[in-house]
Design a protein around this ligand. Sequence first.
Ligand code: FES
Length: 108
Amino acid sequence: MSKTAAQWVEVCKTVELPVGERKIIDLDEKHIMVLNNDGDYYAIESMCTHAMFELDDAEIEKCAIVCPLHGAHFCLKTGEPLTPPAFEAIDTYEVRVQNDIIEISVEE
Ligand code: FES
């Protein structure tokens, strides 16, 4: 049985991602948004599952990101859709801070 290994990838220093800011990174085939929402860091797939629309400029409402195209809300923590028209979750990634460096966990 093979197990997928997680790999921690450096995103930026904490001072480079103050409250309300976001960074977009492309890792292999993944288009990922790392953001600071009220002091909590999240990493999500920056692509709406409804019609594959980029979420790079999407607004944040409380703990949800809102797709600008048709308004689907996704939970920042779990990626689950909270409102239609999206019914599939977006991917989320674990985030940690090591020596003031923000890192996300991606599977190899
Ligand atoms: S593309 Fe995001 S809700 Fe339709």
